[in-house]
Design a binder for this molecule. Structure first.
Ligand SMILES: [Zn+2]
Length: 304
């Protein structure tokens, strides 16, 4: 089975707990993910809202160092810096895309943004839940700052995908207005089905669709069902809803492994095949499943 997952927090879990990315007891280990081929995994460096300035950029560098160290220890891990590498992956390899969750890692500097790019970052979630130098998240609903405007322009120039998961609605629409390229929500579900503020309204989803972007389904039970206690069937309900909005070429996976508790029936990266089988039993064609689990994200990064 093919897999392209837009978001996990495993890198920071490994950094803070001193665990190996390759072999561990977390929700995602590279060793377990190697069952998929091709497998492309976005590894986010999550910068908590209390890290700013030097401490934010140090955390980024420590996590990027960890990924590079793991890649040198385990040749199975291939750092994807160039889109052409995705098509060259072979069986038994993990195509690892470095991403950043919270633009605080830029510490308000375009030079630092270029440093992130040089280290391999290909997607940045502009905020976490609070506000940072770029704008406001869902818990601090501010709009795009003057630095944020410069940053998204530079991200477009560098071909770094702009990820609006966690963004406040004001920030979301301000970024849509300031940019012309595709937009991503790497790990968000539908607010029509579950009223959590981290989820996307239908209008936001359709805007991302019209701009040729991507939305990754998040496995967080609180985003899948009001009151939590979600299962694979809830993940499917969100997929079905987005598909009903014309999301066949938009929908992707954004598991959030190691950043969230998981729904009933899902234990980690090893469960992806089970989820695909569930989608198939609900009537999704093989072609549609391939799009959701791999092709849509792959096409997006090929074109970026
Ligand atoms: Zn997140």
């Amino acid at each position: 089975m093919k897999l392209f997952d837009l978001h996990c927090d495993t890198l920071l879990e490994c950094l803070t707990k001193g665990k190996s990315l390759f072999q561990n007891d977390l929700q995602l280990s590279v060793e377990r993910g190697l069952a998929y081929f091709p497998w492309v995994q976005c590894f986010a460096v999550f910068i908590p809202d209390n890290k700013r300035g030097e401490s934010a950029s140090r955390l980024f560098d420590d996590a990027a160092d960890l990924l590079e160290r793991e890649a040198s220890l385990h040749p199975e891990i291939v750092l994807v810096r160039d889109r052409k590498q995705i098509d060259r992956l072979s069986q038994g390899q993990c195509g690892a895309i470095l991403t950043v969750e919270s633009g605080a890692a830029m510490r308000g500097s375009l030079e630092q943004l270029r440093h992130l790019h040089r280290r391999g970052v290909r997607m940045i979630t502009l905020t976490w839940n609070g506000a940072n130098e770029l704008g406001g998240g869902v818990r601090a609903p501010g709009t795009l700052t003057a630095f944020g405007r410069e940053a998204v322009r530079e991200m477009e120039r560098l071909s770094i995908a702009i990820d609006l998961s966690h963004a406040s609605e004001r920030l979301f629409y301000a970024v849509a207005e300031q940019t012309s390229g595709p937009l991503v929500a790497s790990h968000s579900d539908s607010r029509t089905l579950c009223s959590h503020p981290r989820n996307l309204t239908d209008e936001q989803f359709c805007l991302i669709r019209d701009r040729g972007g991507l939305v990754g389904l998040n496995f967080c039970p609180d985003f899948l069902r009001n009151g939590g206690n979600a299962g694979i069937e809830d993940l499917y309900r969100h997929a079905e809803h987005f598909l009903s909005l014309g999301g066949e070429d938009v929908l992707a996976m954004g598991s959030d492994f190691d950043g969230t508790p998981l729904p009933n029936g899902i234990s980690g990266v090893q469960s992806m095949e089970k989820i695909a089988a569930f989608f198939s039993r609900q009537g999704c064609s093989e072609e549609l499943i391939q799009k959701i689990f791999f092709e849509n994200a792959c096409q997006f990064f090929r074109k970026l």
